[in-house]
Design a protein around this ligand. Sequence first.
Ligand code: F6P
Length: 543
Amino acid sequence: MIVNSPEWKALEQLAEQSRRWHLREQLQNKHRCDAMRVEYDDIVLDYSRQNMNPETLQALLKLADAAELGKKIEAKRTGKAINTTENRAVLHMALRADPEDDYRVDNEAVTPLVIDVRRRIAAITQAVRQDKHLGVTGKPLRNVIAIGIGGSYLGAEFVFEAIRQHPSCADASAGRQLRFLANVDPADFHRATEGLNPAETLVVIISKTFTTTETMLNARAAKAWLSEALGFEAVSKQMLAVSTNIPACEQFGIQREHIFGFWDWVGGRYSVCSAVGLLPLALHFGWQNIEQFLLGARSMDQHFLSAPFAQNLPVLLGLIGVWNSSFLKRPVRALLPYSQALHRFAAHIQQVDMESNGKLVDRDGRALPLEAGEINFGEPGTNGQHSFYQLIHQGRVIPADFIGFCRPQTSVKLSDNRLDLHDELMANFFAQPDALALGKTEQELRAEGVPEALIPHKVFPGNRPSNVLLFPELNPYRCGQLLALYEHRTAVQGFIWNLNSFDQWGVELGKVLAQRVKSVLQTDNLEGSENLPFSTQQLLSKY
Ligand code: F6P
């Protein structure tokens, strides 16, 4: 086990030593800071505010070797069944492949399959957007409701929000609406359909299995919504599906040419670049924008596969995550984009990371000797600053990723023309990591004349770690890079901890118990509830 390796022990010792360091001194060492900044394709990762040194990185790189990180990445790239509990390859990288990239599963070339689905998406997108594929009453289809949950929803919504105000996307989607429907709460259905004319609306049902309860119920509700307004013919004209379960889609009433497949080697939470994300996003933003998004994701894949680990952004983020969580015992991390467009980023990465690495056992089913997986949360800055940052500055130590952009998607100038809103946003982006790292001492407060009684309340301990990621701008290409960066980060951590990041058995039990409750609710007198815990029986009778 990796925890018994000399490399792990060496890092435990370094972690002990690191408690004596303070970022206030460390940040004065220019040589150290320069060594802890890397750049790829104009994306800067500055990790000089981590509680580590270049020496720590060397030790982490040795750990990566001991954990056979390179071999595991290669097994992933070459389509080995690294999702062992489901005997599946993990090849979401193939979803953004160029035609010449040779990805294979069981020796079958999968790139041509991917390209074929992309071609079909581009074709229907063009037909809908050029008013050639019309609704059943002959009206142009201006709106899309994408129905799906978890991996069949969060990624697409994150990308939608991230790029929709970028000029090329805003122009291409003028007069169109894309809505998402995930929750089985009836309120979500009403929000998704509110104000939309069924005659102008396409419904895309997105479900890898095409059995997920929430999605299937919402799909049935949408089918009723369309057919009550337009007749049953609307189902075959205005409903599309994305799934690996083609027979179930057909049985639901979706026409074969309106079904867009993907494959069991694409995990739900890694499926944004399959038809799961591409179809609704392309219908809304046009194919060109989506091609850029795929190019961005591929560029990060290529970097991940080829850059030396010490210069490799996803590898560095993953190793820093392991350092913070396994060695410094900090199990939470904050995702802090200084971009309102990324307000759904943390929600997506929560699933990517927590469903992947929230595991009890290693790849071979042995109890993990450590607490793997991290708790991810976040909100865009500066909003978060007026909310939970208090705890990050003076309460618990929570490693943070600050994500910022040199250029805004849109600009608003103030009348005096001195500082625009984006500069204000970014001033905070640059200041917060330093505030966390440097803190404020009693002496500094005294020198400012702060009353003695207030000094303990106003001290900032500092020495709080963060990464700073600076991108040139947030366009579809950069959004693809950001997505792939964080997908690979999660894989790196799972590889080091030697767990299977690609299954999710932990979501099953709740689904089974909900079925049991449902069968009780369907009876007149809560029959069968006596088999449920006493507390649950009481709650059900109140319900
Ligand atoms: O319940 C969790 C989960 O299985 C996710 O892993 C998946 O992304 C989501 O449900 C939706 O599943 P499907 O795409 O099959 O509807």
